[in-house]
Design a binder for this molecule. Structure first.
Ligand code: NAD
Length: 284
């Protein structure tokens, strides 16, 4: 186990290095080339940054990376054609559509991706497999969070977990993964009447909102485990949803931002590139 001050800091950065090394070693044993194609529609600065991180991570472990940048005005039919070309190209083993998409495109467009190449695990088929505990591709951020909880031996069986945020990217798949591990899950969101009433009782709080300082020490009970998914840029500084300094003494353990969930999302993406390859091999 990666140790910090009595494992108080759940160190995603260090854990991600171990996972990347494991992926690298597995890839070295494969004679086929693994290739991830990222589709980007438009040119959002934030997306450019995330894509560069993915590219760097892929190159570190021996995955071929390709970026297909499309015009912001691309229509659904044209995008569908592009996806189908990649689906039928045997040299492409994984496909990812960088979110967010421009307003005129529905994010459900991911369903055109072959589920065995759906490296983000966002197609309906992979979501249903996740609910049913079938082997499929698990969404990267929830998978990374489960890695952190498992690595640091945080008990889920019977634990009260509050997940804040109900997106298809994080909150929903994560809630299902936690239920599958026998946690009692409360899924809070923007319409939750009294957030604090829920978080105060939670053994584990996982916040995926995108609102800085949403959670301070008044929202948590003693010795709770805090997982911060949020990404907020305040005065050029990256911070999460949870007020780290304020909660530090009261909680049992906490993920830092940066260096917590973020690197684990990227590490899980690399694992999923391998997983896609294995799934495709099974169906040949
Ligand atoms: P989203 O905008 O799709 O969902 C946000 C959720 O927060 C919604 O379900 C909404 O109901 C809820 N919400 C909004 N205000 C709230 C409030 N006051 N109280 C309770 N709930 C509230 O966002 P997303 O894609 O799920 O991402 C959430 C955050 O996580 C963002 O900051 C995003 O950048 C970050 N993120 C980080 C990683 C990572 O790897 N670290 C990965 C994905 C997303």
């Amino acid at each position: 186990m990666i140790g910090d001050i009595m494992n108080k800091i759940l160190n995603g950065k260090e854990l991600s290095k171990i996972i990347k090394q494991e992926v690298k070693e597995k890839i070295l044993k494969i004679s086929d080339t693994l290739k991830l194609v990222v589709i980007q529609v438009g040119d959002l600065e934030q997306s450019n940054l995330y894509i560069r991180n993915k590219q760097k991570a892929c190159e570190e472990v021996g995955i071929v990376f390709e970026l297909n940048k499309m015009s912001e005005s691309i229509g659904e039919l044209e995008l569908k054609d592009q996806i189908e070309k990649l689906n039928s190209d045997p040299s492409v083993t994984s496909i990812l559509i960088q979110m967010p998409l421009p307003k005129h495109l529905n994010s459900k467009i991911v369903n055109y991706i072959d589920p065995n190449k759906d490296v983000d695990g966002l197609t309906d088929i992979n979501m249903i497999k996740l609910i049913n505990k079938d082997s499929g591709i698990i969404a990267c951020t929830p998978k990374g969070i489960m890695h952190i909880l498992n690595h640091y031996k945080i008990n889920l069986d019977g634990s009260d977990v509050v997940v804040i945020g109900r997106s298809h990217l994080v909150g929903r798949p994560l809630s299902n993964l936690l239920i599958n591990e026998d946690a009692t899950v409360t899924l809070c969101h923007s319409r939750t009447k009294n957030l604090k009433e829920h978080t105060k009782k939670a053994d584990i709080i996982i916040s995926a909102v995108g609102k800085s300082n949403l959670i301070d020490k008044d929202f948590i009970k003693e010795d709770s485990v805090l997982i911060d998914v949020g990404i907020n840029f305040i005065d050029g500084k990256l911070i999460g949803d949870i007020n780290y300094e304020d909660c530090f003494d009261k909680c049992q353990s906490i993920t830092p931002v940066p260096g917590g969930v973020g690197p684990m999302t990227v590490a899980s993406l690399l694992e999923n590139v391998l997983e896609c390859y294995y799934q495709q091999k099974k169906t040949v």
